[in-house]
Write a protein that binds this ligand. Structure first.
Ligand code: OFO
Length: 161
């Protein structure tokens, strides 16, 4: 496997695990506000991020290359309010989308067609990742300081499978 592509795929494992860490921290923050529906949603999000990391982990192994794990960056501990937390989640997904696009460009440049093809799943997934975080940001903007509406949204988020 091309050296640069391998290095960046390994970096992406780290990015995905760091995403899981960020969302777990957000989950704990929401739990501390007694917003357990939001907390649940974030835990599910963290589970998905670990799946993303493991997809790349398996792919590298399948290609006969070597997975190299690195330190995971400490996530933020506190946010100002639910809206700011969800905005941070949305911005984080924009960052991850940029990373995926960069990886696709790199695979293309290095003529690694298998990796370019493998990454298409992530390209699609990022559309969904951005949309689901943004949807909650928009709803929180509508809810504003209205507590009952926030509780309704919290209940809705608790249903995430
Ligand atoms: Fe792995 O998509 Fe979110 O970060």
């Amino acid at each position: 496997m091309n050296k640069k592509v391998l290095e960046e795929l390994n970096n992406q494992i780290n990015e995905e695990l760091a995403s899981a860490y960020i969302y777990l921290s957000m989950s704990a923050y929401f739990e501390s506000l007694s917003l357990s529906g939001f907390g649940h949603w974030m835990r599910k999000q963290a589970d998905e991020e670990i799946e993303h990391a493991m997809k790349i982990f398996s792919y590298i192994n399948e290609r006969g290359a070597r997975v190299k794990l690195a330190e995971i960056k400490k996530p933020n501990f506190k946010w100002d309010n639910p809206l700011e937390t969800m905005k941070a989640a949305y911005n984080h997904e924009l960052h991850i989308s940029k990373r995926i696009n960069f990886l696709v460009d790199l695979a293309r440049e290095q003529k690694d067609h298998a990796t370019e093809n493998f990454l298409q799943w992530f390209v699609e997934e990022q559309v969904e990742e951005e949309a689901s975080a943004d949807e909650i940001v928009q709803k929180l903007k509508m809810v504003g300081q209205t507590k009952p509406a926030l509780m309704v949204l919290d209940r809705r988020l608790s249903k995430r499978k």
